[in-house]
Write a protein that binds this ligand. Sequence first.
Ligand code: 5AD
Ligand code: SF4
Length: 458
Amino acid sequence: MEMHAQRVNRAKCLKGLQFYIETYGCQMNMHDSEKIAGILSTLGGTQTKSKKAADIIVFNTCCVRENAENKLYGNVGKLKAVKAKRPDLILCVCGCMMQQPGAAEKLAGTFPFVDILFGTTNMDKLPDMLETVLYKRHRCVEVCADKVAQENVAMLRNPPPLALVNIMQGCDNFCSYCIVPYVRGREHSRPMEAVVREVSALKEQGYREVMLLGQNVNSYGKGQPGAGFPELLDAVARTGIERIRFMTSHPKDVSDALIEQMAAHDTICKQLHLPVQSGSTRILGRMNRKYTREAYLALVEKIRRRMPGIVLSTDIIVGFPGETEADFLATLSLVREVRFDSAFTFVYSKRTGTEAADFEGQVPEEIKKDRIMRLIEMQSAITYESNLACVGRTARILVEGASTRDKAAICGRTDGGKMVNAKGPATLTGSFVNVKITGARKTSLLGKILDADTPAIQ
Ligand code: 5AD
Ligand code: SF4
């Protein structure tokens, strides 16, 4: 009886309270935030978009580059005064940054007003931790290493049409610059049936597009015979979900079977995010990427031959230790040769604990800045040209909602993932619409709605 009463208490422990989640970093973190939101709403809380109105504030952190960490420190620091005025405010910090050795303790020491600190795989402990803070009034710091995330976690997702679906966690690649294998642990793939069941359920709930997430989706299924990523894609396509995207793909693991599977299904979007990181084979070697410039170029050619018009994007790091002007020029020439539709460009950030942090030849800040500017200038022009080339074509977009710039317009993505803004009512949200592309912006397209080919989701 007492047990039952306790459970009822816990079920309601956040009743009447509002929570706000601030997410840093990648889509994996956004998806983790949906899980955290699910846990908090199961406990009776309601999500708010207003930090000021919130009774509970959660920072879901990233540590891939130093600037994400600095931003977090700044934003948590700002809450010191707020917490002094409102001692009942509950502050939580979680996610990748907490998984670095000593990081949670350091943050707890710097910000004694933060109540709860947890990691990437122990969010299931959040109800206990909240209870401790609410009823026992003492803070909780708990991070655990290399635990496998649980199945069947309640999630509070964005409403249809788009859903994020995690297919694996962790990374075994150990690129020499990257902290992810240390903070997210070893690769672990979810069972194929669990992913397929989740996508089928999402389809039933009115979702029309899924983004399959993993640090390295191509190595999905390692250790599960006959259940690799191409097989998973096929099984997900067979659920009948109308659009499938995935990220991130490691070039060394893009197999012919994957290319064939992408080509075989109309519902698998013809879009590939294929981080190259550098155009210099020497630097790629030092990065431990396990492919050469030539192999990458040959892969792109093969992909384009099989799927002409596929939209390609990439990640590039400049200023990696030992990168010379000649290495950087090799990156520029690769960018010119491939003509990516878009690219995320980063200045190398030294991450303690990674191999490259101890490499000789750390590149001075001014040189890194100069290189990133030159790279951005080149890629921006190519992205704009790629957008201009779409003008005059028709495209089918899935309407995601009202445009942020213009309330009388909607926005949605093409099959290739390019964002289109077009005049039209927000009631079209969730429907597929055919548009004529009428103009190009630097990072998006303008369109005119021709017709809506499917009814909007209620
Ligand atoms: N410095 C700069 N960029 C990095 N990335 C990962 N680690 C670092 C680092 N230490 C970039 C890579 C990766 C993307 C997610 O972040 O380009 O693909
Ligand atoms: Fe980091 Fe490399 Fe793993 Fe990507 S593949 S998460 S860059 S170690």
